[in-house]
Design a protein. Structure first.
Length: 360
């Protein structure tokens, strides 16, 4: 029997989960996006051993090359409950590459997914089990694949949503309730020129020069603001162009990633005014900014990243909270403090109790 399932069977019904052990077991399974099958199946077995009704929701290849690895099996979401859920804990179990396994050092769990988001998942399971031990059965679990590459798992889960009242989504927030998260608006700027010998530039037109002019115009533009989320900002994340150093470049392109604070039509209009028709604009990705539910007695903050929340709209009023810092997520030093992981179990339990008490 899998060691996680064996441990679960021994303690099933006792309301006890070791979140450190569960975090390490999950981190040690490579589940970089596209390879979530194994960790999903292990998690589903673990929850069944504890008496949950578990649905393994299969995900199809999504058009972005995320077909399942033959060695990892099919990608799935794991959705579990013991009764009719009113409060649902949710997070994702896929991770960004490269994979590296867990280790404990200086009171921290290191490893890919330690804080984003397998430690969060372990804390949510531990909190659910603590609530079950108190006799509470109105708790559900929605653990999804694909968050790091377009939220295809969350989109699938939303098609089979329950009638839950609240969704507690987990991302690294340093255990602060998210008051809001920024949206995103990603575009590709495509510049067309005319190739010519660099000795005779008057015979050509430089696509790179044209693109640089547009990027400089973005720097001079005033972008939308919001009293809660602040000012829209952007990153020029990718840039390419040209064919050789001695050729006037006939093409160039750049990808620009806006972290937005409101409606995107304003960003579109100001982008169009800055570019003034000099390059083509291809929209790549768009997610809205989200205002979130908060609860008195919990510290709040706003965050510049986005989450699965916009795609889980049918699972209840959304809240966002989790242990760990987003500043170490996606890095080669990704980690989660063990004391913060233990505190997260308490925080999730207290938050769920508060929401259940106010659900009339």
């Amino acid at each position: 029997m899998d060691p996680i399932a064996a441990s679960a069977k021994a303690s099933a019904g006792q309301g006890s989960v070791d979140p450190v052990a569960l975090t390490r077991q999950l981190v040690d399974i490579d589940s970089t996006t596209g390879n979530e099958g194994e960790v999903g199946r292990v998690l589903a077995a673990y929850l069944r051993e504890r008496g949950y009704s578990v649905l393994e929701q299969p995900l199809d290849a999504d058009g972005r090359g995320l077909k399942p690895s033959p060695s990892k099996g099919d990608r799935i979401n794991v959705i579990a409950a013991v009764g009719e859920p009113k409060v649902v804990f949710s997070t994702h179990f896929d991770c960004v590459p490269p994979f590296f396994p867990s280790r404990i050092e200086d009171g921290k769990i290191f490893g890919r997914g330690a804080c984003d988001a397998k430690g969060i998942l372990a804390a949510q399971v531990a909190a659910a089990e603590r609530l079950r031990a108190e006799g509470e059965t109105r708790i559900g679990l929605v653990f999804v694949a694909g968050e790091e590459r377009g939220s295809d798992g969350a989109k699938a889960a939303n098609r089979i949503a329950s009638k839950s009242a609240f969704l507690i989504n987990g991302e690294p927030t340093d255990l602060r309730l998210g008051a809001a998260t920024r949206g995103c608006f990603r575009v590709r700027l495509k510049s067309a020129g005319k190739a010519a010998h660099s000795g005779y530039p008057e015979l050509g037109e430089s696509a790179i020069e044209k693109l640089i002019d547009c990027l400089n115009a973005l720097r001079a533009t005033t972008w939308p603001e919001d009293p809660l989320l602040g000012t829209t900002h952007y990153t020029v994340g990718l840039i390419s162009g040209g064919v050789a150093p001695n050729v006037i470049p006939p093409y160039a392109e750049a990808e620009v990633f806006f972290r937005t604070v409101g409606h995107h039509d304003v960003v579109r209009d100001r982008l169009a005014a800055a570019i003034n028709g000099r390059v083509a604009v291809e929209e790549v990705l768009e997610l809205p900014a989200v205002k979130l539910h908060t609860v008195p007695g919990f510290e709040t903050a706003v965050f510049s990243y986005f989450s699965d929340v916009p795609f889980l709209t049918l699972w209840g009023t959304p809240l966002l909270i989790g242990p760990g810092s987003i500043h170490v997520a996606h890095t080669d030093q990704e980690h989660l403090r063990i004391d913060e992981l233990q505190q997260a179990v308490e925080t999730y339990t207290r938050l769920a109790r508060t929401l259940l008490a106010n659900d009339h």
